[in-house]
Design a binder for this molecule. Structure first.
Ligand SMILES: Nc1ncnc2c1ncn2[C@@H]1O[C@H](COP(=O)(O)OP(=O)(O)OP(=O)(O)O)[C@@H](O)[C@H]1O
Ligand SMILES: [Mg+2]
Length: 149
């Protein structure tokens, strides 16, 4: 049973219902309830919830690609995987959701561990396209200090 976290859920819901694109970094101590709060937040919304694993970069790319291609985006008609991170992250805007295109990436540090360029690819895409789209991207992890840097 999920208990409390009203302030956190209210914050996330207000971002979800904003008119802007939202990029949110959720980080905090180990076992404090980050993942559980995100599950509670997204349970009644169209979304992708991707949990990164500690694995080689090409496997991470394949797994993350699958989670997008399952959502009936246009690319799924002609691709079985994406070739690179820029391509897969760009495809977020194709998600056929009625409301915000919500994508949650949990354990994000695992995604970056074997590909140090992912934060800068995402930053570049955000600045050029994603920030003008109806998207909400939440990056979560307990060891996000490298992002602050
Ligand atoms: N609001 C809540 N109500 C009830 N149980 C909760 C709540 N938040 C967390 N828990 C429970 O506490 C445990 C730890 O929560 P969770 O896995 O979400 O933490 P986390 O911050 O994501 O941890 P990690 O840093 O290991 O990823 C889980 O068993 C979860 O079910
Ligand atoms: Mg967690």
């Amino acid at each position: 049973m999920f208990i409390g976290r009203e302030q956190e859920l209210n914050f996330l819901n207000s971002r979800y219902h904003s008119k802007n694109a939202e990029l949110i970094f959720l980080y905090g101590r180990y076992r404090i309830g980050k993942t559980e709060t995100l599950h509670e937040f997204c349970k009644d919304k169209e979304h992708i919830f991707y949990s990164c694993q500690e694995c080689p970069d090409n496997i991470q790319l394949r797994n993350f690609s699958q989670s997008l291609l399952k959502e009936n985006i246009k690319a799924s008609q002609y691709l079985s995987t994406f070739h690179d991170w820029k391509q897969v992250l760009s495809s977020i805007i194709e998600l056929p959701y009625k409301e915000k295109k919500l994508i949650i990436i949990d354990e994000f540090p695992y995604m970056c561990k074997n590909n140090k360029s992912i934060p800068s690819i995402l930053q570049n895409l955000w600045d050029t396209t994603l920030k003008n789209e109806n998207v909400m991207i939440i990056l979560c992890g307990s060891a996000m200090s490298f992002i602050e840097k």
